[in-house]
Ligand binder design. Sequence first.
Ligand code: MN
Length: 403
Amino acid sequence: MTEQSPLDLPEDHPFGLHNLPYGVFSTPDEPDRHRIGVRYGDHVLDVHTASTALGSPHADLLAHPTLNALMAAGRAVWQAVRADIRTWLGYPAIEPFLHPLTGVTLHLPIEVADYVDFYASEHHATNVGRMFRPDGDPLTPNWKHLPIGYHGRAGTVVVSGTPVVRPSGQRKAPADADPTFGPTQRLDIEAEVGFVVGTPSALGEPVPQTAFREHVFGVCLLNDWSARDIQAWEYVPLGPFLGKSFATSISAWITPLEALDAARTAPPARDHALLPYLDDGDLEPGGLDLRISVAINGHPIANPPFSAMYWTAAQQLAHMTVNGASLRTGDLYASGTVSGPRVEERGCLLELTWAGRDPVDLPDGKRTFLEDGDEVTLTAWAPGPGTVRIGLGDVVGRIEPAV
Ligand code: MN
C-alpha cells in the first residue's frame, strides 16, 4: 500500500480547495519563525516559503509574521493570491511545503487593531433583557433601529488554545449590602463570529454596506469570555468593561469571505423600515448560514445558528463608520452572542441555564457557569458549493484558576 499524498484530498473535504483559510504557524525546529500558512486538509501549506520558491509577485506580502500586509493589499490581491494557491495545490512539487497540522504551532494570525463587539441576535438580546430587566420591555427602544455594540480591548484578543485565567473583580449580588472583590463565580462563554477588516478607510468617510466586500478580508470563530457577576455590577450606565476585557479567543484560521459565498442567506424579515444607510432590501443577502456548535469538555451543549442573526456584518460595518470613524487594517468586529429561538440554540451559559436557575447536565456533573479546568470548544461549518461543507477553524480555551 502506497502512502497517500496530502495533496490527494477529496473535493468535499471541509478544508479543501473551496476553503483555504489563512493562518500563521511555526515549526519546532524554528519556533520563532512565524510564517503565513494556508490550511489544506490536515496540513498547512507554507505559503511564505512556497511563494518565494515559485517566484510569486505577491511573495513580499506573504513574508510577514501576521496577515496584516496581505489584508491591507485589497480585494484584487486577495483574489489573485487565492487563485495562485489553488493552482499551486495542483503541483506535485508543492508537497514538501506542506506540514502536518499536528506538528506545527499556530499563532494569532492578525495584529488586531481595534476590537468591537456587537449584540446582533434578537433571541440573545431578548433573553438577556428578560433576565436583567424583568419589569421592562426585553429589547431596548433602539435595538431594532441600530446594531448595538461597544469598543472592547484589542490587546487581549488571543488565539485558540491560549489558556484563560479566571478573572477577579468587584461583584455585588442583589442581596449584598456592599461589593466584594474576588474571582468571578459566573464565568461564561459567548459563541460569536468575528469579521476581520483588511482595507482601511479614511477618517470622515462612512463606509456603505455596498463596500463590505472591499473592506472585509475574512471570518473567524470567536469566544467572548464573560464574567457575568463583574459585568452585572459594572456595566450600568456605560456598558461592558472589565467583565469582558480579560480575554477574547479567536480561531487560528481566517476564512476568506469568498469561501462563504454559497452560505449567503437573507437575514430574518424586519417588521419596520430602517434608515437608508442600514436598509439592505436591494442588496445581496447579508446573512451567513454558519452552523455553530458549543462543547464543554467534549460534550455538546448548544448549536447556535448564525443565520438567525438580526443584523448583518455589512450593516454593522456601515453603522460602525457612519459617524466618520475610520477603519484600520486588523480591525476585528464580532457579531455578538449567536442564539437561535430554541433552548438548545443559545450561545452562552447565561441563557442556557437561565442565569444559573437550570443547570446544564454534563457527564462530569452539572454546570451553571464554567469551573476551573473546563475546556470550551466552538466549531462551525457552512454550506459550500454543491454538497461541500466549509469548515471554520475551531476555538478552544481551558479555564485556569484565578491568580
Ligand atoms: Mn459578546
